[in-house]
Design a protein around this ligand. Structure first.
Ligand code: CMP
Length: 142
């Protein structure tokens, strides 16, 4: 399966046509992680945005401290790494593979340029971002 076939199954790219998917696929680099491997580390500077092709990851805050907190578990078709890219701040959390995981990664520069030419990508990200905020809000009131 080519990267563009993988991208077809990623909800945030669902509005893109075949030609755009092929172009985007060329900008995305496959990265494999073993179960337990850290993909993104809290407080590190951000270089990229990731889409999960297969496998699963955990988003953990305070992973190295006494009270690590799992914020979310993400799987195939999900994305992560957008917060640091949008804000220009360091990574907000650690993202760790919980099983062998294949990602497609794109640089901050390329992803920003994609969103400028295809704002439908950014629009398609919004429901997920809101869902994540809502889940966090709900957890706060527990
Ligand atoms: P970023 O801050 O770049 O790196 C860590 C990533 O974890 C972050 O982007 C989001 O993609 C993801 N993340 C952070 N907080 C949450 C959350 N509450 N729910 C789901 N994913 C999150």
């Amino acid at each position: 399966m080519g990267h563009d076939d993988t991208l077809k199954n990623v909800p945030i790219f669902s509005e893109l046509g075949n030609r755009d998917l092929k172009r985007l696929a060329k900008l995305m680099v496959p990265r494999s992680f073993r179960a337990g491997e850290v993909i993104v580390k809290e407080n590190d500077q951000a270089a990229g945005f990731f889409v999960i092709a297969s496998g699963a990851v955990e988003v953990v805050r305070g992973a190295e401290g006494p009270n690590p907190q799992v914020l979310a578990t993400l799987g195939s078709g999900d994305f992560f790494g957008e917060m640091a890219l949008f804000e220009g701040y360091p990574r907000s959390a650690t993202v760790k593979a919980v099983e062998d995981t294949e990602c497609l990664a794109i640089t901050r520069w390329d992803f920003t340029a994609e969103m400028r030419t295809h704002p439908e990508i950014a629009v398609a990200m919004l429901p997920t971002l809101v869902r994540r905020l809502r889940a966090t809000d709900e957890r706060l009131s527990e």
